[in-house]
Design a protein around this ligand. Structure first.
Ligand SMILES: [Zn+2]
Length: 108
C-alpha cells in the first residue's frame, strides 16, 4: 500500500524472511527495513501481530524523520533507539493521551 508523509509518497510492502530487501547495509537480515532512496518500507511477513506492529511503528518513525528532514544519527544508535522506543511504546503513549484528553480537555 502507499502512504503520504509530508508530501512524499511511500510504499509499504510485505517481504519474505529471505528477501534481500530485509537486509541492512551490513547484510544482516532485519524484521523491517526503510529504504530512503526507494521511499519504501519492507516488513517481514512472518512476525507475530504484536511484533509486526512494533516493527511497523519503528519503520514509520524512520520514514517520518526522513520525510521531515530530521537527522537523529548524531551517533550510530540515536535513531535506532528512538525508533525502538516508539515501536514498543507509541500505542501506550497514544492510549494515555486519549484517556487524558477524554477526561481533562475542556472539562476544567
Ligand atoms: Zn531501525
Amino acid at each position: 500500500m502507499q502512504i503520504v508523509i509530508n508530501g512524499l509518497t511511500w510504499k509499504v510492502l510485505n517481504a519474505n524472511p529471505n528477501s534481500d530487501n530485509l537486509k541492512d547495509s551490513r547484510d544482516v537480515p532485519c524484521f523491517g527495513i526503510t529504504s530512503f532512496p526507494r521511499l519504501t518500507i519492507y516488513l517481514r511477513n512472518d512476525q507475530t501481530k504484536a511484533l509486526y506492529r512494533q516493527t511497523l511503528i519503528h519503520e514509520l518513525v524512520h520514514a517520518y524523520t526522513f520525510s521531515f528532514g530530521v537527522h537523529l544519527y548524531a551517533d550510530d544508535n540515536t535513531e535506532e533507539s528512538v525508533c525502538d522506543f516508539f515501536g514498543a511504546n507509541a500505542d501506550k503513549i497514544i492510549t494515555h493521551a486519549n484517556q487524558i484528553m477524554e477526561k481533562l480537555f475542556r472539562k476544567g
